[in-house]
Design a protein around this ligand. Structure first.
Ligand SMILES: [Zn+2]
Length: 153
């Protein structure tokens, strides 16, 4: 028969001692603001990123600065993994958007001269041709009007 002895249990109320420190206060204590990057001086994960409350320091920075949990990967513009400066960070979803835009508006200079010749002798609308070569319609139009690639026959 086991009887629970509550007399040795620590009381859960009436705890004394210092109040827990606000995450934001603990966070900024660990940041060294240089002229460029704001570097995390606390513990770093093995991959070189700062660690805060078992998560990434740069993600914590995003949350502290924006008040929102980052919805996507938080990436560095500055290539400094320890950096937590909010304007050096961006969300991965924005990077995806930029990549999308780049693909859609793929510049004419990504094409080869051979492709340019083919485009000029292609049948179909500029839109269809654009889809075939993964460049946008206006790029095709410029090529056909010889506003670009005029040195290619
Ligand atoms: Zn930075």
């Amino acid at each position: 028969m086991v009887s629970e002895d509550r007399s040795t249990a620590k009381p859960s109320t009436g705890r004394r001692g210092p109040k827990p420190i606000e995450p934001a206060v603990r966070f900024w204590r660990m940041v060294n603001k240089t002229a460029t990057c704001w570097e995390w001086t606390g513990h770093c994960k093995r991959n070189g990123y700062g660690e805060f409350d078992r998560g990434y320091a740069h993600r914590a920075s995003w949350k502290l600065n924006t008040g929102q949990d980052p919805a996507a990967q938080v990436l560095h513009k500055c290539d400094n993994r320890k950096c937590v400066r909010i304007d050096h960070l961006f969300l991965g979803s924005i990077a995806d958007n930029m990549r999308d835009k780049q693909l859609k508006g793929r510049a004419a200079n990504k094409l080869t001269p051979e492709e340019v010749s083919e485009i000029r002798s292609s049948q179909g609308t500029q839109e269809d041709i654009g889809l075939r070569y993964d460049v946008d319609r206006t790029t095709i139009g410029r090529i056909i009007r010889r506003q670009t690639w005029s040195h290619v026959s």
